[in-house]
Design a protein around this ligand. Sequence first.
Ligand code: NAP
Length: 245
Amino acid sequence: MAKTAIITGSSRGIGAAIALRLAKDGMNIAFNDLNMTMFENNDIVDRVKALGVEAEVFCADVSKYAECEAMVKAVKERFGTIDVLVNNAGITRDGLMARMPEEQYDMVIAVNQKSVFNMTKFVGNIMMRQRSGHIINLASVAGLYGNPGQINYSASKAAIIGMTKTVAKELGSRNVTCNAVAPGFIHTPMTDKLTEEQKAAMLAQIAMKRYGEPEEIAGVVSFLASEDSSYVTGQVIEISGGISM
Ligand code: NAP
C-alpha cells in the first residue's frame, strides 16, 4: 500500500515543493492550508496527481487544536494510514521587541509552535499504534542563532527544536522518528517580502553566496521521510548554504 504524507501549509512555497517531492517518492499527499482559495490560485494538486498518486486538500487552521484533531481524523479515514507528517505551516510577523504588540508575539507562537503540538499529538498517536512513522518539523536558522526583529519567530523555531528532541525520545521506542530541518534564506513568498537591504545582509553571511530553493529543502525532507534515515532521530539538519559552521 502506498504511504501517505500530510504536509501543513502546503499550497505554496516550501510546503508545495515537499508535497511534489514526496509524491515523486510514491506517497499519497494530504495537502493542508487555511482555505481552498490558496489552492485555486495554483496547480499544485493537479501536478501531484499527475504523478499517479492520490491527493486531497484538508483545510484547517493548524494553530487550532480542535481543527487539527478533526483534520487528522479525516485524513486517516480517507487514506487509511498516515506515515509521514511534515509540520511546515509558518508565518512571520517581524518587528523589534521594544515595539512589538503582545498579539503579534502570540500569533506567531500559536501558528508556528502550538501547531506542532496539535498536529504531532494526533498524528503521533496513530503512528505509535502502527509502530512506524516519520515526523519532520520546519525549524529555522533564526531558532538556532536568533535574528534581530524576529523575537516571536526565533522563539517559535527554537521551541520546535526542543519539541523535536522530546518527541524523538517519547516515540522512539515505537519506531517513530522525529527530526527537524533548519532552513536559512529560501526563495519563497515568505522571503520575497523582505527589503533589498535585508536580502543583501543575509547573502553576505552565506558561504555559498546564493539563496536556497524550496526543492533543496524538499530533498532533505524526502531523506528524513524515507527508510534511508531509519536510524536518524532527534536531529536538526541545517540547510542554509553554510550560514554558520
Ligand atoms: P510561505 O510561502 O509563507 O508558506 C507557508 C504556508 O503556510 C502558506 O501557504 C500559509 O498560508 C500557510 N499557513 C499559515 N498559517 C497557517 C495556519 N494557521 N494553518 C495552516 N496553514 C497556514 O512560507 P515558506 O517560506 O514556504 O515557509 C515554510 C516553512 O519553512 C515555515 O515554517 C517557515 O517558517 C520555514 N522557513 C522558511 C524559510 C524561508 O527562507 N522561506 C527559512 C526558514 C524556515 P497563508 O498565506 O494564508 O499565511
